[in-house]
Each structure stands twice: as structure tokens, then as C-alpha cells.
Design a binder for this molecule. Sequence first.
Ligand code: MG
Length: 281
Amino acid sequence: MIPPGPHYVFSRKAHNAAGIERRLKNAGTVFLFLDYDGTLTPIRSIPSEAVLSSAAKTLLRSVTALPDVHVAIVTGRSMKSIRRFIPACTITLAANHGLHILHEDGTEWIHENARASLHVLDAVRRRLRSEVKAAPGAFIENKELTLSIHVRKCAPAAARLLARAIERITAAVAPELRITKGKKVIELRPPTPWGKSGAVLKLLHARGSHGAVAVYIGDDATDEEAFRAVRPDGIAIRVGRKKRTEADYYVNDAAEVHAFLHMLLRARSMDNPTSPDDKGR
Ligand SMILES: [Mg+2]
């Protein structure tokens, strides 16, 4: 009997990895979408500490250098914040859950509702200051187009009170804003259903995805809609096993995401001519 939920990518029994590697090898183009926190790096309680290891940086650089492989980082972070970790301009960056896109060629796009909501978002942020202060461990992260209130270091009761205060204040000041909940974080977003899947579909359409395989790897609730966006022809991979997910596959942690990137590198490097050192061996 097939177990419910997603399949483990590196299962020895099921040979899932071999099947995926074949699909990556045979695709005309590969679109690789990667979440950042909890996907390329382990989750850190202080967001600024989620630095990419030098090995991971090298790996990512090698993958982006592959012909016909397009890499995009799709994150809830602000553009300013993600650029601190991913400086390379060969990678497309979709920040603020896809509301802000910086293309490989340096052109930028910002969702119009996000631009229009800047002032109300700021008004809510100012009203929230005292409530957040009253919840020890909680802090506000101003992400320019969105607002994140982190409660990871907060006692559960205080976090619940704060969540209620956020709802109350938002309803009073700017009821049009969307409130979403992630892993120990509450977010305020502009009034648009546009999320990570919007960015994924926009990037796929811009490039033309005929004969391409789209891969999306992420670990959070906000990645679920993007899993749906790449299915049924793409490969959706959740980081961390969970029965109820839109992803077809899962890996256990960031280290296994890196193992997947190595697999992609192997799959797409096969046809490369051998280096002079290898000749005659
Ligand atoms: Mg994440």
C-alpha cells in the first residue's frame, strides 16, 4: 500500500531520486524555484543570522551557471534583506512573497497593490509598537511592502495575546490588509491574493515554459500555493515531512536540499564535454 502524503526524494526503496534525475536531465529547460529560510538555510531565530554557508554559495553559483537552468529565490523576506544573502545577479529574486521581483537583467517589478498600501502598513506598524513591546521576545520586522511580527522567542500565552492585538489594530486602522500566519510569525500584507504562486507563474510565463520542468522547494505554509502552481507537470518538494501538503515529494532538511542541487548539477552536466584532464582515462 502506498503511504499517504508526499514521497521521500531520497528513498532507497522507491528510487524516486533516479526518476527525478532523469526528468531533470531530459527537460529542455529547468526552472528552479527555491524558498530561502528553512530551505537553503536552517531556520534561525534571528533572521539576520540565516547566512548561506560558503559551500552552499558555491553550489548555488554552479547551478545558476548551468545552461538552460533558471534559478529564482522566492522568499517572504524583503528585497533588501534577501540581497544581503544572495548578491549574485544571475539569480532572479522574488521578495515579499512574490510582490517584488528583481530579474536577472536588473529590471524590477512591484505589485501595484503593494505600492498603494505602503502608507497604511506604516500606520499599523506605528500602532503595533507598544503591543509588541508588551510581549517579551516578540519583534517587528519592517519588510518594506509587508510587515512581519516574529513570536518565536515569545511565551505562547503572550504570543496569543499579541495575535489578537494585531487583528484588533489592523481591523481598526486598515481592515483591507491581509493577515497571514507562518511558522511563529504573523504577517501583514497588501490586499491582494498575490503570493509566491503569482511570482512563480509570472516568471514561467515570461520565459515560456514549453518543454520545461519547474521545480519548487519550500518549507512553509506560504509555499503550499507555489507547490500547486508547478504541478501537475513540475516537481514540488516540501522541506520537512508533513502529511497534508500539496507537494509530491519531501526532503528532511536544508542539507538534503543541497543534495538535491548536487543531483541537478549531475543531471545537467552529463552532456558537457570532458575536460582535458579526463581524456584517455
Ligand atoms: Mg521558508
